[in-house]
Structure formats: structure tokens, C-alpha cells
Design a protein around this ligand. Structure first.
Ligand code: FAD
Length: 304
């Protein structure tokens, strides 16, 4: 065996690799979507994620639904919920009320975000005159209210509003100075982009965990549209792998599992141990990838 291969960590059981995962969900709009979400949570629950996060819809549009999903997680499961929160179109007082309500309900982890302009990611963002200016300001506001965990966003390909990667890292630094405990990245498909970004972040003396956000490609066209809006690139090889499969759901799913497995194995080989999965409220692909990573439900581990 060559030396590099010997040094590579084992790809198998969690006990040996120390793999930790977290799962992101969005609050459901309809009863049917609610069922899909809770079926997915039930399926993924036994994998013991470090936390499960619940997004906050654009412009605070899901405030009530985010809250009720988080409350149900607290009431009916032993999962650790992380509630997303944005500053969009809200005064500080409004946002502080949401933070206090979360804390009173038992939430101990918030994902603090600026959010996008009400007109969508293409429109220039303007903070509410009486609101938090950005995610760093929001992070400081949360920490003033309660000493809870705060995760923030990071952008390996820079945020579309940032003039440069360095300006983007300035904002990451401001979020850390405000008390952020971890950053979770926007999704990416080319791992080299993530490692180049980490090099630049580390060169600035930042040692906070920057957890890769992994998006299993449930639907390639939707992923491409999403990537365009948030400034993530789609490598030509990825488009090629899904080409011609628009009407072939079964093959698409197999390809998606293979693509995501390849990505996470490469990250594991290069030392990554924490993963945040954008589940899109669907469990199958994420469950399969976690299984490949060596994560097992309690019963399976107990029986092994
Ligand atoms: P910030 O960190 O405040 O800013 C983002 C970037 O914009 C900075 O890096 C900075 O370089 C640039 N910037 C900010 N202000 C200025 C300025 N005044 N001048 C020049 N440049 C500036 N959105 C939701 O609506 N709900 C969610 O639940 C949600 N969850 C997310 C979870 C993750 C892990 C990620 C990665 C993103 C999520 N988003 C969510 C999307 C996020 O709200 C958008 O990307 C938003 O545009 C930026 O939010 P932020 O917290 O990164 O902002």
C-alpha cells in the first residue's frame, strides 16, 4: 500500500472516523409536505445528528412555521434543534422577540443569517432602518440576549454581494468576532474550492470550524437554478452526469447517491469529519450517504 493510502483514515465505522453530521430541513407549507418532513425526521433521527436545523423563509415568511417545527422537534424528539433566523424587513425589537421566544421554548442554537432582499437574491439588499445590519450584527444581538450557540454562513465561492473573497472573509471574521461558534458553508460540488477557501481562511488566523454544506442533487435542474441564484458553480462534469435523465427519476437518484458519496469520501480522505446535509426534507439520499460514512442507527450498532 502506498504511504498516502496508509495515512488516509478508514472510511468505515463512525467510532474510528469520528464522523458527525447535521441535517437541515425547511418548514412545510402543506399537510402533505408536513408528512414528508416528519417521515424524513423519523428516518434520520436514529443516526444521531449533532443538531437539526430549520430554515427561516425569505423575508421572515415562515416565522410561525419555523417556530412550530422547532417546537415540535423539542416536544416530540430528543434531537437538538437549531433555528435559522434572518434580519430581513424586521426591526431589532421584532428579531429580539423571536430570539427570546426561541430561548424560552428551549432552543440553544440559532443559525444567524442576514437573509436576502425581499425581491430575491438578485436585488440589492438594504437593511431595515431599525434592524440588524447583517449577520455579524445579528450574532452579537443573539449573544447579548442569551449565551447560546450561533452558527453562521460561509461561502467557498464568495457571496454574490461580496466584491472579493477577501471582503467575504472580512464578514466571516466579523461574525466570529461577534461570537459565532461555527460556520456552515453554502453548498459546493468541487471540493478543491472548499479547501482553497479553507487555506485563505486559515491564513487569516481563523480556526473556527467551517463545516461543509452538502447538497445531494435530488433534482438537477432545480439545483442548477438554485446555484445560479446563490453564486455556487456547477462543474461541467456534474451537468454531464445528469444529462438526458430528466425523465428517469430512478437513475437520477442512483447517480445523485454516487455523486454525493464521491464528494463526501474525498472530503473524509482529506480530513473532514463534520458534514451538514441540505436534506430538502427528503431522507433517502442523505440516509444512504450517512450509511456509507459508517453511521448506523442505534439498533444496528447495538447488534453489531
Ligand atoms: P452576511 O454574512 O451578513 O453577508 C453576506 C455577504 O455579503 C458577506 O460575506 C459580505 O461580503 C457581503 N455583504 C454584506 N453586507 C454588505 C455590505 N453592506 N456591503 C458589501 N458587501 C456586503 N436564507 C434565508 O432566508 N433563510 C435561511 O434559513 C437561510 N439559511 C442559510 C443557511 C446556510 C448554511 C447558508 C450558507 C445560507 C442560508 N441562507 C438562508 C441564505 C442567506 O440568507 C443568504 O446567502 C444571504 O444573502 C446572506 O446571508 P449571510 O448571513 O451570509 O449574510
Amino acid at each position: 500500500m502506498d504511504k498516502a493510502a496508509q495515512e488516509r483514515p478508514s472510511r468505515f465505522p463512525r467510532q474510528r472516523t469520528g464522523i458527525r453530521v447535521s441535517f437541515e430541513f425547511f418548514p412545510p407549507k402543506t399537510e402533505e409536505m408536513e408528512k414528508t418532513l416528519w417521515d424524513s425526521i423519523e428516518r434520520l433521527h436514529p443516526l444521531h445528528p449533532s443538531f437539526v436545523s430549520v430554515t427561516y423563509g425569505a423575508g421572515g415568511s415562515t416565522r410561525e412555521r419555523t417556530h412550530s417545527t422547532v417546537n415540535r422537534l423539542l416536544a416530540e424528539t430528543d434531537l437538538v434543534p437549531a433555528a435559522h433566523l434572518t434580519c430581513v424587513a424586521a426591526t431589532r425589537e421584532d428579531v429580539d422577540d423571536v430570539i427570546r421566544a426561541y430561548v424560552a421554548a428551549g432552543v440553544r442554537h440559532i443559525v444567524a443569517l442576514r437573509g436576502d432582499a425581499v425581491g430575491g437574491p438578485g436585488e440589492r439588499y438594504a437593511p431595515h432602518p431599525g434592524g440588524y445590519r447583517n449577520a455579524a450584527d445579528l450574532t452579537a444581538g443573539i449573544k447579548r440576549i442569551a449565551p447560546i450557540e450561533v452558527s453562521v454562513a460561509a461561502y467557498p465561492e464568495k457571496h454574490p454581494d461580496s466584491p472579493s473573497v477577501d471582503a467575504d472573509i472580512d464578514m466571516l471574521e466579523a461574525k466570529i468576532d461577534a461570537g459565532a461558534n461555527r460556520a456552515i458553508t453554502q453548498f459546493f460540488f468541487d471540493n478543491d474550492l472548499y479547501f482553497r477557501y479553507l487555506d485563505r481562511v486559515h491564513a487569516r488566523g481563523i480556526s473556527l470550524p467551517i463545516v461543509p454544506g452538502i447538497l445531494p442533487v435530488q433534482n438537477f435542474n432545480q439545483t442548477r437554478a438554485f446555484a445560479l441564484r446563490c453564486g455556487a458553480s456547477i462543474p461541467p462534469w456534474l451537468a454531464d452526469r445528469f444529462a438526458g435523465l430528466d425523465d428517469d427519476v430512478a437513475t437520477r437518484k442512483l447517480i445523485a447517491a454516487a455523486v454525493a458519496a464521491e464528494q463526501v469520501f474525498d472530503l473524509v480522505d482529506r480530513g473532514v469529519r463534520d458534514f451538514h446535509f441540505y436534506t430538502m426534507n427528503r431522507a433517502d439520499l442523505v440516509y444512504a450517504i450517512c450509511h456509507l460514512l459508517g453511521l448506523r442507527p442505534d439498533e444496528a450498532r447495538a447488534a453489531a
